[in-house]
Design a protein around this ligand. Structure first.
Ligand code: NI
Length: 136
């Protein structure tokens, strides 16, 4: 069963709305509420990160990548070494002929873990990445 949806309204500067609509057209977004929900989720994610600034956190990075793409595996390994201080454990699963699932358990400063995850996300061959942050 889906989550209950509420209707709300808010005020927004005209120019900002115009800019939003242009960006939506460029990205092929059809529904304004979808864009707003995405933006709110991003904001909340940022907020959660800022809340743990200065603390040490544990986080799990799960990524799916295509090891057949030249340099993909090497790039993932290189990044792992670069952020070795934060990496506690890595599990590598050869899912099928091409795809590898890598689960990286990290502990350290949120900023560093985030940089590590963002670096991986931008790599060639990386198809999916999930970052779960654990705070106590
Ligand atoms: Ni593999």
């Amino acid at each position: 069963m889906g989550e209950e949806i509420v209707r709300t309204s808010f005020s927004i500067p005209c120019s900002l709305l115009k800019e939003l609509e242009e960006a939506m057209r460029a990205k092929g977004y059809k529904k304004r509420s979808k864009v707003i929900c995405d933006a709110i989720r991003n904001y909340l994610a940022e907020y959660r990160w800022s809340e743990c600034e200065g603390k040490r956190v544990a986080a799990v990075i799960s990524l799916l990548y295509d090891h057949e793409l030249r340099g993909a595996s090497e790039a993932v390994i290189k990044a792992g070494h670069e952020y070795g201080q934060s990496v506690i454990s890595t599990m590598h699963i050869h899912l099928d002929e091409r795809n590898c699932l890598e689960v990286i358990v990290t502990k350290g400063h949120p900023k560093e873990i985030r940089e590590f995850a963002e670096g991986l996300m931008g790599m060639r061959g990386v198809k999916q990445l999930k970052l779960s942050i654990m705070t106590s």
